[in-house]
Design a protein around this ligand. Structure first.
Ligand code: EPU
Length: 414
């Protein structure tokens, strides 16, 4: 297994460019199953989750060449456990397969490092659209001659649940209304993609999405939006090293909450149309962070802000409201000298003047990148193992950070 070795303490300066959003690319790729026509998708990040989604699409019957994806025939409407267990977003093929071929067999995702990750709301929604669903031997079996429009209310916000039902509803008979829908920019990007394919969707980006079913969709071309979580990670990399960095190719409006938090922490931030300039000009101040569905502070940035706040001047509280067990970075940060107490779903962080390098282990994607950030600031040489977690969502991370002055290298597994 590859490891990162980071020689900490170097200030990051210069320009760094963000890639396409993993969490937008995954549903868009799944949505290409909705028709037999070709799609051209630009800006797909070459990260492990996306490569796994492409592997799943090929297994189902897709041909993928460069930016082009075409699934003339569905060979098998099946997502096997081997693929679902490495990439939970595989459940996103459920809606498209069911809508296109009237049946789908998708392994039930189990728990993972950040919590139980249930999909009950995906299944309830499809049932309300007339699907017959039963779960047996760890597989979801779904069938419907043709899905019917329905009025569906999500009891809590679910991003992939909203995406799955929106995709399924594009080919349903009649109108589907999704109430309590997720408003994330990735949901909006998927809606834009589907509308280019001929889907009739209104309200994406609000809590009520209306989808008027059509008989078929067409192929199209599409560019994936920039990754706001990668952008936030780079901003925090700059902040934690007392740096001066311009993060390029971003949609600043999608980062409003992160920018506000960083400004409150004392960072100087200048927002341009598609870039954000961060300068660390004073000692880090403490803030209060509470994660929330978009447009709130993203849970996918909670581990990174925790790493940053471990160096702030005073006491910070971080409240995780989305996932019940997203604190696996905390014991590792403590190994690096951080003072953090876990109290239920809250963290009480007492800032320390410096972190010290240590051998630590990544246990999930964002926890792993939080350790990279801590390593950039720590005194000495930090070694992070199990970085395959980080590779699930960051493309060439060590190269990109290296270009702005980080001393980070990958040690390949022997
Ligand atoms: N939930 C249920 N029932 C359901 C579905 C969700 O109770 O049927 C609960 C979950 O347990 C969780 C909350 O609802 O407590 C939110 O989960 P959600 O369904 O929104 O998460 P997701 O769609 O599985 C996506 C992202 C995650 C991101 C979350 C929250 C993708 C592929 N994944 O997951 O991204 O953390 O939304 O914003 O879009 C990451 O990139 O590191 C990552 C984990």
């Amino acid at each position: 297994m590859d490891r990162f070795v980071i020689d900490g303490g170097y200030r990051l300066t210069g320009e760094i460019t963000v890639g396409g959003a993993k969490n937008a690319a995954l549903p868009v790729l799944a949505a290409t199953l909705l028709s037999s026509e070709p799609y051209w998708i630009e800006g797909i990040p070459r990260v492990r989750d996306v490569l796994n989604m492409q592997k799943l699409l090929r297994f189902i019957g897709a041909t993928i060449t460069g930016d082009e994806v075409v699934t003339k025939h569905i060979d098998q409407s099946l997502a096997p456990y081997d693929l679902v267990k490495t990439m939970r977003a595989a459940v996103l093929v459920l809606g498209p397969l069911l809508a296109r071929c009237g049946e789908a067999h998708v392994a039930l995702p189990g728990g993972c490092a950040i919590g139980p990750r249930p999909v009950g709301m995906h299944l309830d929604g499809l049932k309300q659209m007339g699907a017959e669903i039963h779960v047996e031997h760890g597989m979801i079996h779904a069938s419907a001659v043709r899905l019917k429009g329905a009025q569906i209310r999500f009891e809590t916000t679910t991003v992939t649940g909203t995406e799955n039902l929106m995709m399924a509803a594009t080919l349903a008979d009649g109108e589907t209304i999704l109430d309590g829908a997720a408003c994330e920019p990735e949901v909006v990007d998927l809606a834009h993609f589907l509308m280019r394919c001929g889907a009739k969707i209104s309200g994406a980006g609000s809590a009520r999405i209306c989808i008027q079913g059509v008989d078929q969709l067409n192929g199209t071309s599409h560019g994936i939006i920039p990754d706001r979580i990668e952008a936030a990670t780079f901003l925090i990399a700059a902040a934690i090293t007392q740096g001066d960095v311009v993060v390029c190719r971003v949609q600043p409006e999608s980062l409003a909450n992160v920018i506000d938090a960083l400004r409150l922490a004392g960072l100087e931030i200048t927002v341009q149309s598609d870039a954000i300039h961060l300068r660390a000009v004073r000692p880090l101040q403490t803030i209060r962070v509470s994660t929330a569905p978009y447009p709130g502070f993203p849970t996918d940035v909670q581990p990174q802000i925790t790493a940053l706040m471990s160096l702030a001047n005073g006491m910070t509280t971080v409240h995780e409201t989305i996932f019940e067990n997203r604190f696996s970075h905390v014991p590792e940060l403590i190994r690096m000298g951080a003072e953090i107490a876990i109290d239920g779903n809250c963290l009480d962080i007492t800032g320390v003047p410096r972190l010290s390098a240590a051998h630590v282990m990544a246990s999930d994607l964002r926890a792993g990148v939080a350790l990279v950030l801590a390593g950039l600031a720590a005194e000495g040489e930090t070694c992070i193992s199990r970085i395959y977690h980080v590779d699930r969502g960051y493309e060439r991370l060590e190269e990109k950070l290296g270009m702005i002055g980080a001393h980070i290298r990958r040690l390949k597994a022997l």
